[in-house]
Write a protein that binds this ligand. Structure first.
Ligand code: SF4
Length: 684
């Protein structure tokens, strides 16, 4: 009877940063249904197609169920004891010979806050290096930097209710209808029923662009210019919020001087957006009761990603759109826990809660709590680690829950680096492309098989509960890291993720009042959380987190996109699809989703198709300076002229978009400039 019992378990969706919660109904290992409820604080009774139908991968026959150890070109199944002992011995040998900085650690935006906390603790306290990073490096670091510089916190200014309540929503370089569907639903409803105005700025005419009141279509890589020109025009018209600027913001005069060159005429010439549309944008901001700006990879994955993100924050400061409801900056986080992976310290320069590793007082607090000496210098970020491998300085890597061989830019360059590693440990749910380079592969459990917390794009921390037992001998990542730390001489005795959160909260002012009791059931907390448990749905109402409590306008300059040889005559844009999670490593194993979108493709404009004699379904070869792929064509006016679009999911090694992308980076954060790749096309 017990075996046939139907169980209902609250979980948090693992497919994007919206943070939908729902009940999963299970019977044995069978998932019967996903049921959202009105109690869910973000999504209520909504989910998207991934949240509803994306869970077949849990019972996939391709799941890793035992540790694997490399022998020549093959892997053999090993016991946990054998695998952990091998890793511990090899780690000790490399650390004694080459030092702690010969290690790199990649943590995961798919793993829980507690697991990210443990991964950075393992790197810092057990091995002794700050070389730890997570996949926010590929996407959101420039947005966080833009906000850190100007308003002090890197997270969204308010909640999903502020997003929907804004008088004007501006979406720049993001495709929420596919990448953040439940947020898009809120915005669609606000637009249709509540009179919210909508501006979309994008290369591609996506669904939100179709629905918008104003669609700006800039030349590739020029968002910074039109944003700065609109800000200058607003100031020139005297439409800036003088009272807010005087009371709450530093640096106005210097900032105004920095805008001198950003006239409407200059912006029209560079961006090809008609001057009238820029004036209309400024008018709509001036007239709106609260402006919320949303942005994602179309802004951040450029050499000037941090500069453009800063320009967005500057525009919001000039117009008084921080510290009030229904307004502010809303970078849209991609992975389900990209916010939490950063919040809990899986970064080379920050302890949990964004306290610098170079700050003596902070470091001493952690040294005392962990009873170790900690490294004083900032570590290597993800691209820095790859280059250090190529130079022979970084010898060993421990990677948790990221398929960097497919998701890092310029995949061939990454593969060459991974081949050079002396010792490589991969911890994942599947035998990924990255796992093919590993020496030891550790089988991990996905979200439905463990407890923990995720933090969504609003800074909302929510609990997930264990719906299923781990498959085979797979284990939750926090248990694996704990076991490995203890094999290396640590004395960690965590029995439950709640104890890990309690430790993190005791050390991190940002999470001082976070407890599992306060997060019970459908409850959630938005950081900063005070010791008494009061949280902060809306940031900056009283002060900005700078010494004098004031925000800082920061002059920036446009960084033009990188140039390539003339033979690469097409601009390659890339991004997500509604039906797939990033490169597809989970959703490709969900039958319904794969049936709906079986592989990736390239979108080609009608003009380009006519010029090259291409039809829907034609097979083409795209080639960049870095690699080549073969794809089927969809002819669509979603793209225009010489711009092509390739979704990032793929099911075979011939079609992965990152075989094409480059090795240029945001100048501040080293986020790859995925969106600055040029290709040429050959019809096959
Ligand atoms: Fe999951 Fe995002 Fe869809 Fe919500 S919107 S169900 S979090 S993929």
């Amino acid at each position: 009877l017990r075996a046939t019992r139907i169980k209902r378990t609250k979980t948090v969706c693992t497919f994007c940063g919206v943070g939908c919660t729902f009940e999963v109904w299970t019977k044995g290992r069978k998932i019967l249904k996903i049921q959202p409820t009105p109690d869910a604080p973000v999504n209520g009774i909504s989910t998207c197609v991934k949240g509803k139908f994306g869970w077949d991968f849990i019972n996939s026959e391709e799941r890793l169920t035992k540790p694997l150890i490399r022998k020549g070109d093959e892997f053999y199944e090993a016991t946990w004891e054998e695998a952990l002992e091998l890793i511990a011995n090899k780690f000790q040998e490399i650390r004694e010979r080459d030092g702690a900085d010969a290690f790199g650690f990649i943590s995961s935006s798919k793993c829980t806050n507690e697991e990210n906390y443990l991964m950075q603790k393992f790197a810092r306290a057990v091995i002794g290096t700050n070389n730890v990073d997570n996949c926010s490096r590929y996407c959101q670091s420039p947005a966080t930097t833009g906000l850190f510089r100007t308003v002090g916190y890197g997270g969204d200014a308010g909640t999903i209710y502020d997003m929907a309540g804004a008088g004007l929503a501006i979406i720049v370089g993001a495709n929420p209808a596919e990448a953040h569907p439940v947020i898009a639903t809120r915005l669609k409803r606000a637009h249709k029923l509540n009179g919210q105005k909508l501006i979309v700025a994008d290369l591609r005419k996506n669904e939100m662009a179709e629905r918008s009141d104003l669609f700006l279509r800039p030349a590739p890589g020029t968002d910074h210019v039109w944003l700065s020109a609109v800000t200058k025009y607003i100031i020139d018209q005297g439409w800036h919020d003088r009272e807010f600027l005087t009371k709450r913001v530093n640096g106005f005069d210097e900032y105004v001087k920095s805008l001198e060159k950003y006239t409407l005429e200059y912006a029209e010439e560079v961006t090809r957006i008609p001057k009238e549309q820029l004036i209309q944008t400024a008018n709509m901001i001036y007239e709106a009761d609260g402006t919320a700006i949303f942005w994602a990879m179309g802004v951040t994955q450029h050499c000037g990603g941090s500069e453009t993100s800063t320009a967005i924050s500057n525009l919001l400061l000039v117009t008084g759109n921080f510290g009030r409801p229904n307004a502010g900056a809303f970078p849209l986080r991609g992975h389900n826990n990209v916010q939490g992976a950063c919040d809990f310290g899986a970064l080379p320069n920050f302890f949990p809660g964004y306290e610098l590793v170079t700050d003596d007082a902070v470091r001493e607090r952690y040294e005392k709590a962990w009873n170790v000496k900690l490294p004083r210098e900032k570590g290597l970020d993800n691209p820095g680690m790859v280059e250090a491998i190529h130079k022979g300085k970084l010898k060993a890597m421990y990677l948790m829950g990221e398929d960097m061989a497919w998701v890092d830019s310029n995949a061939n360059h990454i593969h060459a680096a991974l081949e050079k590693l002396e010792f490589f440990v991969v911890q994942d749910v599947f035998f990924t492309k990255t796992a093919q380079f590993a020496d030891v592969i550790l089988p991990a459990s996905p979200s439905l098989e463990k407890e923990g917390t995720f933090t969504n794009t609003e800074r909302r921390i929510q609990r997930l509960y264990q719906a299923l037992e781990p498959l085979g001998e797979s284990l939750p990542d926090w248990k694996i890291i704990t076991a490995l730390a203890n094999h290396l001489g640590a004395h960690w005795c965590y029995e439950h993720p709640g104890e890990i959160m309690a430790e993190a909260a005791s050390l991190t002012p940002l999470f001082a009042g976070v407890t599992y009791e306060r997060l019970e059931g459908w409850n959630s907390l938005l950081w900063p959380v005070n010791a008494d448990g009061t949280d902060t749905p809306l940031l900056y109402t009283e002060r900005f987190p700078f010494p004098d409590g004031k925000a800082q306008l920061m002059p920036t300059d446009w960084v033009p996109p990188v140039k390539t040889g003339d033979e690469y005559d097409l601009v390659l844009n890339n991004g997500r699809l509604l039906e797939h999670f990033h490169e597809g490593n989970m959703t490709n194993k969900s039958r319904g989703l794969l049936y709906k979108v079986p592989d990736t493709f390239v979108e080609v404009s009608p003009e380009l198709a006519k010029e090259r004699g291409i039809k829907d379904g034609s097979l083409v070869r795209l080639e960049s300076e870095y690699g080549a792929v073969k794809l089927r064509v969809i002819v669509t006016d979603r793209v225009r002229g010489n711009e092509v679009y390739v979704p990032m999911n793929s099911t075979n090694e011939d079609s992965a978009v990152n075989l094409l992308t480059n090795s240029f980076y945001d100048l501040v954060t080293h986020t790859p400039a995925y969106k600055e790749t040029r290709v040429k096309m050959q019809v096959l």
